[in-house]
Design a protein around this ligand. Structure first.
Ligand code: 4NP
Length: 160
């Protein structure tokens, strides 16, 4: 199973989601799951995650090693699910999707939150440090939901 997380710059929210889900999967010991992230905007290509996000994530035990990259057409073929952070990401990714089968792979990550009643993960880039902790709180909630629903997600992606 392959999951792609997408935000705007791929230096704050989506690399954090990638690191959180990867850590949860390793802790539980779920095999055969690949996780990656990408941005709809390629202006930060090749950069490590924002230092503010690196610090906030490290405090919770997440090591973020991703290098930013822009989403590409092949991603729609390669990944089973593409989780976006907000409506703007959703519109951009849906526009880039080459066909309806690809569009069906795209979901808002907040759909998987159970504790936080939110419809998007706020963009922390222009915020202070608290914004990064709020993002991590929401992403941890969503990733727990993704892990709990993994079999259902797998079935829906394969149309079993
Ligand atoms: P992200 O945050 O989408 O969570 O990675 C942002 C990173 C960079 C910019 C905006 C949001 N930017 O405008 O460069």
């Amino acid at each position: 199973m392959k999951f792609l997380f997408v935000c705007l710059g791929n230096i704050c929210r989506s690399p954090a989601a990638e690191g959180i889900l990867r850590t949860m999967i390793q802790r539980i010991g779920i095999p055969n799951v690949d996780v990656d992230s990408a941005g709809t905007y390629g202006g930060h290509d090749g950069e490590k995650p924002d230092p503010r996000m690196l610090r906030a994530a490290a405090k919770r035990g997440y090591v973020l090693e991703h290098s930013a990259r822009e989403i590409r057409t092949e991603d729609f073929e390669e990944f089973d699910k593409i989780f976006v952070m907000d409506d703007s990401n959703y519109d951009d990714v849906m526009r880039l999707a080459p066909d309806t089968q690809s569009q069906e792979k795209v979901e808002r990550i907040t759909k998987y939150c159970t504790r936080y009643k939110v419809d998007h993960v706020p963009d922390p880039y222009y915020n202070k440090r608290e914004g990064f902790d709020e993002v991590l709180d929401i992403l941890e909630d969503a990733c727990e939901g993704i892990v709990e629903n993994m079999y259902a997600i797998y079935k829906s992606s394969k149309k079993i």
